[in-house]
Design a protein. Sequence first.
Length: 118
Amino acid sequence: VQLQASGGGLVQAGDSLRLSCAASGRTFSDYVMGWFRQAPGKEREFVAAITWSGGTTYRADSVKGRFSISRDNAKNTVALQMNSLKPEDTAVYYCAGKERGTTAYGYWGQGTQVTVSS
């Protein structure tokens, strides 16, 4: 599956931003979809994930209550709604796919930059 992330930008602390990831190439609903981020000088970290049906979501403690993940299997898209953004949310955000029956995210998008100014 090919993944294309979009929606990043420069915002102020407290603002909201919605990232979107479009998938193509294979059956989208066969994949657990996730969002990760990598800040300068730091390792890539997990942000959120959503199961194939969209029935279960997971979020990192650092974003709980602020970020939400959703997917539309009919449109082959997954979104990350980010509210109450903080400067520490500044990072390149990547969407990723994990095929059903596997344990690792094997498919990655190109990343979209999110910068939150204080």
